[in-house]
Write a protein that binds this ligand. Structure first.
Ligand code: GLY
Length: 324
């Protein structure tokens, strides 16, 4: 009998080992863990952490952190004080995603709405859709009580643009985005991003930020990734979806972010001259970041506090002929 018992015990031990996630527990980080782009990300992570501590949900925390950056129009690249388009007025993009249920909401080309992230959350929670754009997105935001400013004065700019009267100075460089990812104490993940997009963009241009799998992607089984930088160089590659899939295959968040920069640089005629940066975290509280061609500051927060970190640009790989 004892031998049979021991055999059963060994079998259950082997079965448990086979189904356990490999290696991850050994390198598990703290949870909750929050990560956000740029130095202003520290304001966002701190506000988000405060919201979690006060009993807020993952989504409350993401929304609170990003709303503050929108309110402050940090770096002049988020919110209504962000960079205007070529016709001289801001059109804002945002999205939010929650791991459990794989839920998402997104708005693009939003005019005169103070908190696009709140509009995106309402699209997710109060409509049967995922993405609303332009006038319809503004109507929806107004109907659902998101703070707005009048946009009547934009009509004149729009008709001048339509009539071919173009401002001579439209080159307003810059395209920073606030992207915030978090994994909560239970290992569930959420994220959001918000931006005024590339300065001087054509009216109607939509960047990576409101596009799921480009500016943001969350998968509750694996982790999340977010982007900042020149949207065109992110969205042509579904970059954050790619990062999350590499994490699913066993790469750490750091390895996955770096690998996607290298793979995009390899495919793209511009090589590493891409102006793209990524952040990522996984279910187990590990995080990473990478940038194509510049130093990239980002904020990380845990229950013990937050700090501003940075990565240098990735070291370019030599271009070789074969697939990697
Ligand atoms: N990543 C912001 C944009 O290009 O719109």
């Amino acid at each position: 009998m004892p031998i049979r018992f021991l055999a059963l015990l060994s079998l259950s031990f082997l079965a448990a080992c086979a189904s356990a996630p490999a290696t991850v527990e050994a390198s598990r980080g703290p949870r909750p863990l929050l990560i956000a782009t740029w130095p202003f990300g520290k304001i966002a992570t701190d506000l988000a952490l405060q919201s979690l501590r006060a009993g807020g949900s993952r989504l409350d925390a993401v929304e609170a952190g990003i709303r503050e950056i929108e309110r402050l129009s940090c770096d002049g690249s988020v919110g209504l004080g962000g960079r205007p388009n070529a016709a001289g007025y801001p059109q804002l993009d945002a999205c939010i995603m929650d791991g459990p249920g794989h839920r998402a909401g997104s708005v693009a080309g939003l005019e005169g709405i103070v908190h696009p992230i709140s509009a995106a959350r309402r699209v997710m929670e109060r409509s049967k859709h995922v993405m609303l754009v332009g006038e319809g997105a503004r109507w929806f935001a107004l109907e659902h009580g998101v703070e707005a400013v009048p946009i009547e004065e934009l009509a004149e700019r729009k008709s001048r643009w339509a009539a071919g009267e173009r401002p001579s100075e439209t080159d307003r460089a810059g395209h920073d985005t606030v992207t915030l990812l978090l994994v909560d104490g239970a290992g569930h993940i959420a994220g959001g991003c918000s931006t005024s997009g590339a300065g001087g963009k054509l009216p109607g241009r939509v960047g990576d930020s409101p596009i799921l799998g480009s500016g943001l992607y969350v998968d509750d089984e694996v982790g999340a990734a977010g982007a900042t930088g020149l949207g065109e160089n992110v969205m042509r590659y579904c970059a954050t979806f790619w990062i999350v899939e590499l994490m699913r295959q066993g790469r750490s968040p750091q390895e996955a972010c770096e690998e996607v920069v290298h793979r995009i640089a390899r495919l793209d005629p511009q090589g590493y001259d891409l102006d793209i940066c990524f952040i990522a975290l996984d279910k187990h509280g590990r995080y990473g970041a990478a940038a194509s061609n510049s130093r990239f500051p980002f904020a990380v927060a845990t229950e013990t506090g937050s700090e501003l970190l940075h990565v240098e640009r990735v070291s370019p790989r030599a271009r070789t002929g074969g697939a990697q």
